[in-house]
Write a protein that binds this ligand. Structure first.
Ligand SMILES: *Cc1c(COP(=O)(O)O)cnc(C)c1O
Length: 354
C-alpha cells in the first residue's frame, strides 16, 4: 500500500546528529532522530501537522497532562530491507488503537490521513535513521497529550499529537524471570487497561520495583478480582504453551489488544500449531509446571517481538521452564520478523510500504 502524500509543512533541521550515533551499539529508544511531527488540536479541530527539527516542547504549567495525566501513546517500528527500502507493520491497526485509547481518555480522535500521511512523510525524511544491523529498527512513538490548561478536572480544550523516532537495537531481554502478582493490579474491569494510556505504565512501576528487589525482572499481571487468572507480562501480552497447545487470554477491558499478539495467533494457526484463546489460571500453569507439561511462556509486543520467560515465581516457589530446541517462540519470532523486514512473502498483507 502506498499513501498519497499531502502538503505537510516541513522545516528541515540545519544540522544532523546522525554522525554522533553508534549504529552498531544502539540501546532501546534512547537516542532520537533529527525531526519530529507535531500536530495541534485547537478550536475543536486537528490542524495540519508540521514536521520540524527534534526539540523540547514548551507547555504551560497548568497544562492538564501534568495534573490529570490525559495522555495516550502508540509503539511501532520502521524496518529496512536489504535493498534499503523502509517498511511498516500493520500501521492502520496502530491508528485504530490510538483512537480507541483516545476515546477512553476523552481525547479527540486523530484522523487517519493525519496519522498515516504524517507518519510516512516523517519517515521519508528520517529514512537514514532506520538502522540495518540485525534485529534493529526505528522505534516510532506517536503520542497525544493534553496541552490545554486549567486546574479544573475536566478534559482539556487543546492537545498535541507528536511523533518521535528512536533508532533502536535488537531488544535482548536475556533470561527473563517473572513474578506472578498476587496483590497489585495493572487494570480493572471498567478501567483503562485496554488503552495505551500513560498512567497505566506509571502504575506498574512500583509493583515492578518490588519484584525486581526480590530478584525477578518483570511482573505477570493477574486479574484484579481474584488474582487467579494470568493476564499480561509487564507491558506485553502473554502466551503459554502447555504440551503443544499455545494459549493466550482473551482481550478485554483489562487486556490490551496487542498487534503482535493477534499476528502471532494467525501465524501459529498457519503453522498448524493448536491455539486457544481463553482464560488461563495460575493453578493450571503451576500444575503444568509440576508435571512437566508447561513447555514455554513468552511475552509478545512490538518492542521485544517475543520475549521468552525462563522462570516464574509464585507464592514463594520458583519454577524453571525447560530449554527446548523446537520452541514456538523462536519459530514465531522468525516468521513475524521475516515479514516485517521483507525477507519473505507476506500472505497476510501486513507489510506496509512507506
Ligand atoms: C503495547 C502493549 C502490548 C503489545 O502491543 P503490540 O501492539 O503488540 O505492541 C501489550 N500489552 C500492553 C499493556 C501494552 O501496552
Amino acid at each position: 500500500m502506498q499513501v498519497q502524500l499531502k502538503n505537510i509543512e516541513v522545516e528541515k533541521s540545519k544540522t544532523t546528529k546522525i554522525n554522533e550515533v553508534d549504529f552498531d551499539n544502539l540501546a532501546f529508544g534512547s537516542v532520537y532522530s533529527d525531526h519530529m511531527l507535531v500536530c495541534d488540536y485547537k478550536n475543536g479541530a486537528w490542524e495540519t501537522p508540521k514536521i520540524m527539527p527534534y526539540q523540547p516542547i514548551i507547555l504551560d504549567p497548568a497544562a492538564k497532562i501534568f495534573h490529570y495525566g490525559q495522555s495516550i501513546f502508540e509503539g511501532m517500528k520502521a524496518y529496512k530491507d536489504t535493498d534499503g527500502k523502509p517498511w511498516l507493520f500493520r500501521p492502520l491497526d496502530n491508528h485504530k488503537r490510538l483512537n480507541i485509547s483516545a476515546k477512553r481518555m476523552a481525547i479527540p480522535e486523530i484522523p487517519e490521513e493525519t496519522f498515516i500521511e504524517g507518519l510516512t512523510t516523517l519517515l521519508h525524511l528520517e529514512k537514514d535513521w532506520i538502522p540495518t544491523t540485525p534485529g534493529s529498527s526505528l522505534y516510532i512513538r506517536p503520542f497525544v497529550m493534553a496541552s490545554g490548561i486549567g486546574f479544573h478536572a475536566s478534559p482539556a480544550d487543546e492537545y498535541k499529537f507528536i511523533i518521535c523516532c528512536a533508532p533502536s537495537g535488537a531488544y535482548f531481554s536475556g533470561k527473563v524471570s517473572v513474578l506472578i502478582e498476587e496483590q497489585y493490579s495493572r487494570s480493572a474491569n471498567g478501567g483503562v487497561g485496554y488503552a495505551k494510556a500513560g498512567g497505566n505504565y506509571a502504575g506498574q512501576f512500583y509493583p515492578t520495583q518490588l519484584a525486581i528487589k526480590k530478584g525477578y525482572n518483570q511482573v505477570i499481571w493477574t486479574d484484579d478480582n481474584t488474582h487467579e487468572y494470568i493476564e499480561e507480562a509487564g507491558a506485553m501480552n502473554i502466551f503459554i504453551r502447555i504440551n503443544d497447545t499455545l494459549i493466550t487470554g482473551p482481550t478485554s477491558d483489562r487486556i490490551l489488544d496487542g498487534i503482535t499478539r493477534k499476528s502471532i495467533l494467525e501465524i501459529a494457526e498457519d503453522e498448524g500449531i493448536k491455539t486457544e484463546v481463553r482464560k488461563i489460571s495460575v493453578t493450571e500453569v503451576v500444575t503444568a509446571a509440576k508435571s512437566g507439561k508447561l513447555k514455554e511462556m513468552f511475552g509478545a509486543g512490538t518492542a521485544a517481538v517475543v520475549s521468552p520467560i525462563a522462570a516464574f515465581g509464585y507464592k514463594g516457589v520458583d519454577y524453571d521452564l525447560p530449554e527446548l530446541n523446537d520452541d514456538y517462540a523462536s519459530l514465531l519470532k522468525k516468521r513475524i520478523t521475516d515479514i516485517q523486514y521483507n525477507r519473505t512473502e507476506d500472505k497476510f498483507g501486513w507489510r506496509f510500504k512507506v
